[in-house]
Design a protein around this ligand. Sequence first.
Ligand SMILES: C[S@@+](CC[C@H](N)C(=O)[O-])C[C@H]1O[C@@H](n2cnc3c(N)ncnc32)[C@H](O)[C@@H]1O
Length: 235
Amino acid sequence: MGMKRASRSAEFTFEEVTRLQYANPEFVEAFRRLRGDRPRPHEARWLRRLLAVARSRRQMLGLRETQPPLILDAGTGYGRDLAWLKAQPGVRAFGVDSSLAMLQAGRRALGLDSGALVQMDIRRLGLREASIDAVRAQALFHHLTRRAADAALGELVRVLKPGGLLYLFVRYGTQEGFVNESGLGPRYFRYFTITSLRTLIRRHGLREIEYERLRARPHLPSLVLLAEKLPLSRC
Ligand SMILES: C[S@@+](CC[C@H](N)C(=O)[O-])C[C@H]1O[C@@H](n2cnc3c(N)ncnc32)[C@H](O)[C@@H]1O
């Protein structure tokens, strides 16, 4: 009897490898042990900065909205930083991630409920256009291929309100491929330079507000960039 020819390639794409890794409960536990239950000092500093800019922007725009700003933590993982955000007064926040194992870990360990941690692929967000005041994407974009990063950023721009903020944290460098960072085993990374990060945001009509080359952990150089959606940004 002849063998059936496989209808598609048996090779995994980078996206599939990432999805399978973050779906593995053992990997998720190792990741959670490494990341801990609260943001590191430089991460907390940038969380506070994001909140301060979001608040002053609403004041500047004279927005008299009754609701506090709504923040989306994109690729939230087990929601460690989401828990920090939700503990701040005058903030509404929720997180999305494609990994159910990550979200379940956050529900178990941090007591976050299913309204706070939602399973979604960042490239296809089931969220209304112009409904979010600020998006935070910590350690997400450096795991996306160029095509996935464009699809993801397109979605984030669509859901951001005009004048809304985007915070990106990525690893700094020029490497693309599997890297064994922090002893978690090889994962797919596509590092960014400030030039490649600026090129990405400009392609989506975002305007840079500020950036920082982080050296808090010298063996893991990283970049933070804060940008805004202009009133006429592409959706
Ligand atoms: C390195 S973790 C960062 C988690 C968290 N932001 C943090 O700083 O601890 C990357 C996260 O991105 C998620 N992710 C990767 N690709 C995604 C996609 N296409 N849609 C949604 N989440 C994705 C993974 O499941 C994982 O939880």
